[in-house]
Write a protein that binds this ligand. Structure first.
Ligand code: ADP
Length: 169
């Protein structure tokens, strides 16, 4: 027996390595649309993350605690399985550019064929964050650039510390 899914509940799955203000914007806007929003911090088999799963979850929890209807959970399987486990009918994703669209289009169709009851809903990134991506932030941190405009303070500190540990300076 599978439990019923609610259209008032959404999951927001991603890698969040680490969570940044582009993600936070989608979370804030999503929290106003849905009764409950569960941020799913996942494992990406294509990427070697800078922060391990527990660290990514902890950082995301710290900076989203101000949103009362938002929670953060790790997940290791498929995003549609994660959504179903939480009774969510909706999977929220952010779109930055037309190049995002291509991969998101494919992924949303794949997810729909995996579980036809779960719909992907997209929010367009706000202009100031439309160029913000994890890989760029990790690179900026490595070369000592300013990150204040893109990351919450706690995350900025954690990222700067992590690249210093990695690069030994
Ligand atoms: P993934 O590896 O699954 O793409 P990410 O952590 O990179 O995970 O992104 C999670 C979700 O957040 C994705 O839907 C992605 O498109 C969206 N996202 C990433 N960066 C931004 C941004 N700057 N503005 C809005 N949405 C974003």
């Amino acid at each position: 027996m599978t439990s019923p899914l609610s259209h008032r509940v959404a999951v927001y799955p991603g890698t969040f390595d680490p969570i940044h203000l582009g993600h936070m914007d989608i979370i804030g806007r999503g929290s106003l649309i849905f009764d409950r929003l569960i941020v799913g911090v996942g494992i990406n088999t294509d990427k070697k993350p800078l922060f391990d799963l527990d660290e990514r979850v902890d950082l995301a929890r710290e900076v989203t605690s101000k949103f009362k209807n938002v929670s953060v959970r790790p997940f290791t399987g498929l995003a549609v399985t994660f959504a179903r486990e939480h009774g969510a009918r909706v999977m929220l994703r952010g779109l930055r550019t037309t190049s995002d669209m291509e991969s998101e289009f494919t992924m949303s169709l794949m997810n729909l064929s995996l579980d036809p009851e779960i719909e992907t809903v997209f929010l367009m990134a706000k202009e100031p964050y439309s160029h913000v991506r994890g890989s760029l932030l990790r690179e900026i941190a490595t070369f000592g650039g300013a990150l204040d405009k893109f990351l919450p303070t706690e995350v900025k500190q954690a990222l700067e510390l992590r690249v210093r540990e990695r690069h030994g300076h």
